[in-house]
Design a protein around this ligand. Structure first.
Ligand SMILES: O=C(O)CCC(=O)C(=O)O
Ligand SMILES: [Fe+2]
Length: 221
């Protein structure tokens, strides 16, 4: 399941993040890519020792963790390995699959891109996810997020003009099976919708009970 979150942060907060990013603090993106992805990764990213970088990543991570749709659809155990990337004209990231295990044995079940600047600020630069029949190209407003399975082949199209600024990161979910996550997401949506129309009805209780019991069976702690 691929899903989006709109307005992760208010626009003024996204602008203030962008204003803090000094192009001088960005280093070659190849430094954090696996040996094969290194060959196709042509971008820059905020150096890991840049002090304000950790503050920004923490703020974005907290906003994700608090987001109800993100909780319901991703069921995060850990949000990890965040990077802030900057693509100038001519830069791209060719087709690759994300490392399954990162850092201190953290699994990547889901990948996300938080768009930090407006799509009006650059041409090209779409995130392209390969699906069975066709590619899906994604370019969102500043402050919006795309969340997609880490199991996919994906790439970032060449930026033709302007600058593309994004934060990317990964989620180890409490439920590693995408089908299980989708069932839990649908049950949660059904439960919330029933609650809205009929309150804490008998039907609400049955769905809530089933959801809890499936979570007990499936959770991967
Ligand atoms: O910039 C993006 O939207 C995705 C980048 C990416 O695929 C990665 O960092 O692994
Ligand atoms: Fe990737």
């Amino acid at each position: 399941m691929i899903f989006t979150l709109t307005n992760l942060l208010p626009p003024e907060e996204v602008t203030s993040i962008v204003n803090r990013l000094d192009p001088e603090d960005f280093i070659d993106g190849k430094l954090t890519a696996g040996w094969a992805a290194k060959r196709v990764k042509e971008n820059t990213q905020l150096g890991s020792k840049v002090s304000y970088g950790n503050e920004i990543k923490e703020k974005l991570k907290q906003a994700l963790i608090k987001h109800q749709k993100f909780q319901s659809a991703a069921r995060p155990k850990t949000v990890h390995s965040m990077l802030i990337s900057r693509y100038e004209a001519g830069m791209s990231y060719g087709a690759h699959v994300d490392n399954a295990l990162m850092g201190n044995h953290l699994r990547s079940d889901l990948s996300f891109t938080i768009f930090l600047n407006s799509p009006k600020g650059y041409e090209g630069g779409e995130l392209i996810i390969q699906e069975a029949e066709q590619d899906r190209a994604i370019k969102l407003e500043a402050g919006s997020v795309i969340v997609y399975p880490s199991s996919t082949l994906h790439r970032v199209a060449e930026v033709k003009t302007g600058v593309r600024l994004v934060a990317v990161g990964w989620v180890q979910s409490l439920f590693r099976d995408p089908a299980q996550r989708e069932i839990l997401y649908d049950l949660d949506r059904a439960r919330r919708s029933i609650f809205k129309t009929s309150g804490k009805s008998q039907e609400f209780d049955w769905i809530a009970k089933s959801m809890s019991n499936l979570m007990r069976q499936w959770s991967d702690m």
